[in-house]
Design a protein around this ligand. Structure first.
Ligand code: F3S
Length: 387
């Protein structure tokens, strides 16, 4: 693997033991995957932020590190909102441990936003190389933005944040980004909501596995693409997809599609996922809400009060930049929380049935929260919460 003089100095320990170990980790990863070099990254998103996941051992390891991130880096969602954990009903013992993890990351220069939508916080452009961890964020970066990232594990993403580089293999290379099958959607999607695209991702993820699909017959906007990719990464392992005439690489690169397997999708395969089940809570913001989604929710709740718990999840930075909208949502009794979500927060385990507008949450809520999951559009979610 080619290393430049700066890399060699780091490996020789000239910039401290932590950076030396981190670069050793990246080089080892690169050798396993056949990388010929390291590539500088624009940002990192680090998983392994929840105390529930990393425990005492992970906390001790993080606390032993001594370096600072050299590129913008955020964390994955954790089990509680950093500031409003008491209001959400989080156990104080868990909160104390979680805060210790957060402080360990702060010492390493990681920005404390815990979100699966880092693209709303740090400018991310076509062709940028990244080291992101969370599967929906990885899918959005690769597919919707046309940036390049593999799905990093926690230590790999942290090492990349501290060194500023990642091994150049997999989806960092143009030749590995070509479509591998066609999904032909044979449905009139003009009235489709974000939830319909989540349901499409839920269905197709199971068919696609870890291949790169090329969608024909749909015309989603960015929030709908976000929902599609998140769900496909949940029921499958899709880290990159293309949509004819919509996603940047599908528009700019004349991909060869002849001879690829084609899977048709019919309306009934999507619509049967929309079931009319009773629920005791509603949760939206999987992936974390965009400013446009917050505006839609505020409009739907205007002048109304919720009668069931309605949770809305978004990045702290997005909440701060849309404070009036968030206040307007909370006037209804709904709560807008940062840093966590309906899947990773233990608080959601108190409910037996949760309504979501996300195909990813539809896939994960049953196992992660022990609750029945129902999917519906954002309009239906709000209608159920205020009924
Ligand atoms: Fe994000 Fe949690 Fe969904 S991490 S993609 S809101 S499961």
């Amino acid at each position: 693997m080619h290393l430049d003089p700066e890399d060699e100095r780091i490996l020789a320990g000239e910039q401290g033991e932590t950076r030396q170990k981190m670069l050793e980790l990246l080089v080892a990863l690169g050798k396993v995957f056949g990388a010929e070099r390291l590539v500088p990254i624009r940002s990192a998103q680090v998983s392994g932020a929840s105390y529930k996941t990393i425990g005492e051992y992970g906390l001790a390891w993080l606390s032993s590190l001594d370096a600072r991130a050299v590129v913008p880096a955020v964390l994955n969602p954790i089990g509680m909102p950093r500031e409003r954990w008491q209001e959400m009903g989080v156990d104080p013992d868990f909160a104390k441990k979680q805060q210790a993890v957060i402080q360990a990351y702060e010492r390493l220069g990681i920005q404390l936003d815990c979100t699966c939508t880092p693209y709303y916080l740090h400018e991310t452009s076509f062709g940028d190389h990244l080291a992101w961890s969370e599967s929906s964020a990885v899918s959005y970066a690769n597919s919707v933005i046309g940036a390049r990232t593999n799905r990093e594990g926690g230590p790999g993403a942290l090492a990349a944040a501290l060194v500023g580089k990642t091994p150049c293999y997999g989806l960092h290379l143009e030749e590995n980004r070509k479509p591998q099958l066609i999904i032909r959607v044979q449905v009139d999607t003009r009235d489709w909501s974000i939830a319909h695209y989540g349901a499409l991702g839920y269905h197709t993820g199971k068919l696609v596995g870890n291949r790169i699909p090329f969608f024909c017959g749909i015309n989603p906007d960015r929030d709908q693409l976000k929902a599609l990719g998140a769900a496909m990464a949940a029921t499958g392992a899709v880290a990159l997809y293309h949509v004819e005439g919509v996603t940047p690489e599908a528009v700019q690169i004349p991909y060869e599609l002849d001879g690829l397997e084609t899977i048709p999708v019919e309306s009934a395969e999507i619509l049967h996922l929309f079931k009319d089940l009773p629920v005791d809570a509603v949760a939206v913001g999987c992936p974390h809400c965009s400013p446009a989604e917050l505006t839609t929710i505020a409009g739907l709740l205007n002048g109304k009060n919720v009668t069931k718990p309605l949770y809305v999840f978004a990045a702290q930075g997005v909440i701060e930049r849309n404070r009036k909208t968030v206040d307007s949502i909370e006037k209804s009794g709904a709560r807008v929380f940062a840093d966590t979500c309906m899947v990773v927060s233990p608080v959601m385990e108190q409910y037996s049935a949760i309504m979501v507008n996300s195909g990813k949450a539809l896939a994960y809520v049953p196992d992660m929260c022990g609750a029945v999951a129902r999917i519906g559009s954002i309009e239906d979610c709000v209608a159920v919460a205020v009924s």
